[in-house]
Design a binder for this molecule. Structure first.
Ligand SMILES: Cc1cc2nc3c(=O)[nH]c(=O)nc-3n(C[C@H](O)[C@H](O)[C@H](O)COP(=O)(O)OP(=O)(O)OC[C@H]3O[C@@H](n4cnc5c(N)ncnc54)[C@H](O)[C@@H]3O)c2cc1C
Ligand code: SF4
Ligand code: SF4
Length: 336
């Protein structure tokens, strides 16, 4: 049977592993964390009265199915430390709590190591102090995941602010690009917040608003009373309340208080991409994401390549898995 090594067991890695196993391959899934699922496993449902189509359901049942799949061997808390291609097969060195093992006879390799949210926790233009009341988008995902039937927050918030493009479109963060996912998750979170707390005032500090699948969504939020301020906050001081200072285009320096401030962080190349690139003979693009083509035939899928939504990640992973399956030898020997 053809053996495929998948490095990174997030949504991309698990979607690919599932497709590869379905196509008859034996999969070795190496995940550095203590469990598979990556970031999506920690995300919450953003439905209000109805589904807000956030994509998290696409992972429904996937993690359990992977662990139970007899064709997929999962090694958690593990890393690939070396990969060699000899003749037409790869040999990998894998370090795990059980020790260091060498695995040979690998026909193909897929890298799906995902992304980091904010590279260094700082930004070129924004000074942050104090944590009370200040949540990153990732932290609000976890709050959404743990929400009860009657609410999201421990106490009903009177005023919530979203700070868009936090760490994106920012030269200091080496990310002069749009992360593509943070406008849409912020919109969905806002809809959920307004559902539970209709009287809550929501403000968006923004520079750009990305077109979401439904381009009327910004008008819809405005009709719900959401306020849009086209400027970037200069200073955020956590506490009760959180104080946000900003330069308003016509008014000059302003200061406002909020109960909750959400930093809408985006998708950054993993800090470890250089390492995986070196091991797998991959190149990085100018932002630090991994390029899909490798000198030794290794494939890349998911947000390790570029910012993607959950639905796009699944499509990318399944496409990569199909490409791998088409390269494998029907008799199960390693690819040439
Ligand atoms: C705050 C936030 C909220 C979001 N909300 C939504 C949403 O509501 N809807 C939506 O469509 N998209 C959303 N996204 C985008 C979504 O997170 C991605 O599409 C998705 O996580 C991509 O999955 P992935 O497998 O590529 O990456 P990841 O989820 O990052 O998974 C990568 C996996 O690889 C592992 N790994 C990393 N390095 C190594 C290594 N060297 N060796 C082995 N394993 C390794 C990691 O531990 C992880 O398990 C959001 C993004 C952010 C930042
Ligand atoms: S909002 Fe997201 S997680 Fe909730 S039901 Fe809709 S797609 Fe599923
Ligand atoms: S998706 Fe929206 S918040 Fe995210 S970087 Fe792009 S414009 Fe900014």
């Amino acid at each position: 049977m053809n053996k495929v090594l998948v490095i990174g067991g997030g949504f991309a890695g698990c979607c690919a592993a599932s497709r590869l196993a379905e196509g008859g391959a034996e999969v070795l899934l190496v995940e550095s964390a203590s469990e598979i699922g990556g970031r999506v496993r920690k995300y919450g449902c953003k439905a209000g009265a109805k589904c807000n189509d956030c994509g998290v359901c696409l992972a429904g049942g996937l993690w359990a199915a992977i662990v139970k799949n007899p064709s997929v061997k999962v090694i958690t808390s593990a890393r690939v430390t070396d990969l060699r291609r000899e003749a037409c097969a790869y040999t990998a060195e894998i370090e795990s709590p059980a020790g260091c093992i060498g695995v040979g006879g690998i026909s193909s390799v897929l890298v799906s190591t995902g992304f980091d949210s904010m590279n260094e926790g700082r930004s070129a233009y924004l000074h942050l102090s104090g944590e009370t009341g200040v949540l990153t988008g990732t932290e609000l995902e976890t709050v959404m995941r743990g929400r009860g039937r009657d609410g999201i927050f421990a106490a009903p918030p009177g005023r919530v602010a979203f700070v868009q493009c936090f760490g994106s479109r920012d030269g200091h963060e080496r990310s002069n690009y749009c992360s593509r996912v943070c406008c849409s998750y912020s919109v969905r979170m806002t809809k959920a917040i307004k559902h539970y707390y209709p009287g809550c005032g929501v403000t968006f500090f923004y520079m750009e608003l990305q077109n979401t699948a439904n381009s009327d969504v910004w008008a819809e939020l405005a009709a719900m009373g959401v306020r849009f301020l086209k400027c970037r906050p200069l200073e955020i001081s956590g506490g009760r309340p959180v104080t946000v200072e900003y330069d308003a285009p016509a008014l000059g320096r302003m200061s406002e208080n909020f109960d909750v401030v959400v930093l809408s962080e985006g998708i950054h190349p993993s800090r470890e991409n250089w390492k995986i690139a070196e091991i797998c003979g991959l190149e990085q693009d100018k932002n630090g994401f991994l390029r899909a083509e490798s000198a030794i035939g290794v494939h890349v899928a998911g947000t390790a390549r570029r910012p993607m939504t959950i639905a796009e990640t699944r499509h990318d992973a399944v496409t990569a898995a199909a490409a791998i399956l088409s390269e494998l030898c029907p008799n199960g020997s390693a690819a040439g």
